[in-house]
Design a protein around this ligand. Structure first.
Ligand code: SAM
Length: 279
């Protein structure tokens, strides 16, 4: 049965007879509290594969140049795709994330003496972690979620606090300059179970929010969801980091060894905590 519904203030037609699941999009504010569930894993499934995870972790190890048993925090760690490979490579790893669904997936890959997961909010890391880590990783656009940009500053300050003096933050995510240079307003793909995912993207230059409306239709029903991310330029992010005592030393085009350019859509920044900085 086809039915007219209102989604995000717009009238749309849905075929109810074909649906087993239909969730209205949650409000955009605080979307990050519920978005990272099984639906997120399904939506981005083509981006998650072990070979690519291994490639990224190999590059991280090359960048960090840390000895075995060095302490690494993967925050947020999601389903643990980098954390478990880093532990396998000989590091002592903590993974922190807010999503119980993704943490359960991470734990299902294995935990142990050198691989621990915990639930938490990246704006408030545990007090006893001060100065604990040789490296903190913030990967796959896990930043810019909050309504208030001061929360983004808080996250950077927390990363700086838990790093030892001289420790390194690796930040990987969307680069506002590059995303604007080749803006993709519509995109679509099909996942392995035949689910068709379509995304419509819009950008607000004043807030810096990239809003992504996703609609997927497939054998498990259909769903409309929305999320948004505040995009930063490399220079603005470097300023934020500097204010927290983290000095950007290198800036790459994603996980390659090429330098960031004005057309880089995913940047990877390497910032070191000032050696004489205590907190
Ligand atoms: C795009 S995913 C990336 C996860 C992981 N770094 C990866 O590469 O797969 C973003 C993650 O941020 C987590 N997250 C969202 N809000 C959070 C918060 N306030 N504190 C901690 N984690 C949060 C989500 O649960 C999700 O796992």
């Amino acid at each position: 049965m086809r039915k007219r519904v209102t989604v995000d203030g717009r009238r749309r037609t849905v075929d109810e007879s074909r649906s087993t699941v239909h969730r209205q999009p949650s409000t955009v504010s605080n979307w990050w509290q519920n978005y990272f569930d099984a639906g997120y894993l399904r939506e981005y499934e083509p981006l998650f594969n072990l070979e690519e995870d291994r490639h990224q972790v190999a590059r991280l190890i090359e960048i960090l140049g840390l000895p075995a048993r060095a302490r690494v925090l993967d925050c947020p760690c999601g389903q643990g795709r980098h954390a478990h490979l880093l532990a396998e490579a000989g590091f002592d790893v903590d993974g922190l994330d807010l999503s119980t669904t993704l943490l359960a997936r991470a734990r299902a890959r294995g935990t142990g003496r050198t691989l621990r997961y915990r639930r938490g909010d990246m704006r408030r890391l545990p007090a006893r972690w001060t100065g604990r880590y040789d490296a903190v990783l913030n990967l796959f656009t896990s930043f810019g979620f909050f309504d208030d940009p001061r929360d983004d500053e808080r996250v950077i300050a927390e990363f700086a606090r838990v790093l030892r003096p001289g420790g390194v933050l690796v930040w990987h995510g969307g680069d506002r300059d590059g995303v604007m240079a080749k803006f993709v307003s519509r995109d679509w793909w099909t996942t392995s179970d035949g689910t068709m995912v379509a995304q419509v993207r819009s950008f607000d230059p004043l807030t810096g929010f990239l809003t992504v409306e996703s609609n997927w239709r497939g054998p498990h029903g259909h769903e409309d969801r929305v999320h948004r991310i505040r995009l930063y330029t490399p220079s603005r992010l470097a300023e934020l980091m500097r204010s927290a005592g983290l000095i950007v030393e290198q800036a790459f085009d994603g996980f390659t060894d090429a330098p960031v350019t004005r057309r880089t859509s995913e940047m990877l920044l390497v910032a070191r905590k000032e050696p004489n900085r205590r907190r």
